[in-house]
Design a protein around this ligand. Structure first.
Ligand code: F1P
Length: 338
């Protein structure tokens, strides 16, 4: 978790070196829609990437779990409209992702771009264009550095395809800002992780940040087997808020775009008994019980991966508190095969 910012620097280099060929691959295909896919963590990063891509390029994009494409490939590719499938997978061996890419190609529904940690994987071998990030190799079952590096990759790809030099410049600052942030965020994660009395965790994120909220939830669930949920912030008020009590801890991923509604939401959550932590730029302005500040100056689109190290460390410290092994969750292996 701690070495992530260093790996982001390498990811930046891998993508910018491949800039010309990536652009050529995209321009030759002229897709009118993009389908991002993956499983588990790789599906959650696809949710964030799809939204960021659509905001930047105006090209319709959505994220779908790879199992859905594997089972019903024709449901997602309208005839006569060129599309592109973008598949993410740390291992490149997860059955649903590999089969989804193969079936989409065999039936000529869309070309595919794959991003994976393993250059020799089935996914890398089957996709039309594969970009490998061997430097993200992780030994743990739980994906941490691979989530941020795969998402950072899709953000860089988005900036390249959109020809957005300002976004590329902002993304370039992220590794250095991440290093600074990690050194201060770790202490808060350690403190919160030690508070065992909280048994219900809720993660709230808007738009692309819904994917990040899902990932925060999954880390806590996999590492500690705690009851966790992720929601869109205002959706949470439509029923789920009634589950909150003094054992509930809510994490709100603050964004600039969602800001006008967040202060009132924090108050509602607190009145329902929950302890609220806000994470983001100027998180302290929301009146939450605690805030985790992210570095100022980045837009919502480039700040995304900076939310994760704190959420990962939080799950890690809770695992240690519960005397469990954060690298080896129950009932889960590094690669899920059908
Ligand atoms: C996806 C995944 C992870 C999960 C575990 C098993 O793998 O399901 O989300 O946490 O590590 O693999 P991948 O397709 O990205 O390799």
């Amino acid at each position: 978790i701690r070495r992530q910012p260093d790996t982001w620097k390498t990811t930046w280099e891998v993508w910018t070196e491949k800039r010309a060929s990536l652009l050529q691959f995209f321009r030759e295909r002229q897709p009118e829609s993009i389908l991002f896919t993956g499983c588990g963590t790789s599906y959650y990063l696809s949710i964030a990437a799809a939204r960021l891509f659509q905001e930047q390029t105006g090209i319709p994009a959505q994220a779908v779990p790879a199992s859905e494409i594997m089972i019903q490939p024709t449901a997602f590719f309208p005839p006569d409209r060129p599309a592109l499938l973008v598949a993410s997978s740390r291992s490149g061996e997860t059955s649903e992702v590999v089969r989804a890419v193969k079936v989409v190609q065999e039936r000529r529904l869309a070309p595919s771009l794959a991003i994976t940690g393993e250059p020799a994987s089935q996914l890398a071998q089957s996709a039309g264009f594969a970009l490998a990030l061997p430097h993200i190799r992780e030994q743990s079952v739980v994906m941490t550095s691979s989530f941020t590096n795969l998402l950072f990759s899709l953000q860089l790809w988005t900036a390249i395809v959109a020809g957005n030099e300002d976004l590329l410049r902002e993304l370039r600052q992220v590794p250095a800002l991440g290093e600074k942030h990690l050194s201060t965020a770790e202490e808060t994660a350690r403190q919160l992780g030690a508070e065992e009395s909280f048994t219900h965790f809720v993660y709230l994120g808007l738009g692309a940040y819904y994917g990040l909220a899902c990932e925060g939830m999954l880390k806590m669930k996999e590492m500690t087997q705690t009851f966790c949920e992720a929601f869109n912030p205002l959706e949470f008020r439509h029923g789920p808020i009634s589950t909150l009590n003094r054992q509930s801890r809510v994490f709100l991923l603050k964004s600039r775009v969602g800001h006008p509604h967040e202060q009132a939401l924090v108050l509602d959550l607190q009145q329902s008994g929950a302890d609220v932590t806000a994470i983001g730029e100027q998180a302290g302005t929301l009146g939450a019980d605690r805030s985790v500040e992210l570095p100022p100056g980045l837009g919502d689109g480039s700040r995304s991966i900076l939310y994760l190290p704190f959420l990962q460390l939080l799950a890690y410290y809770r695992t240690l508190q519960l005397k469990q092994n954060p690298d080896q969750p129950r009932n889960l292996g590094q690669v899920v095969r059908l």
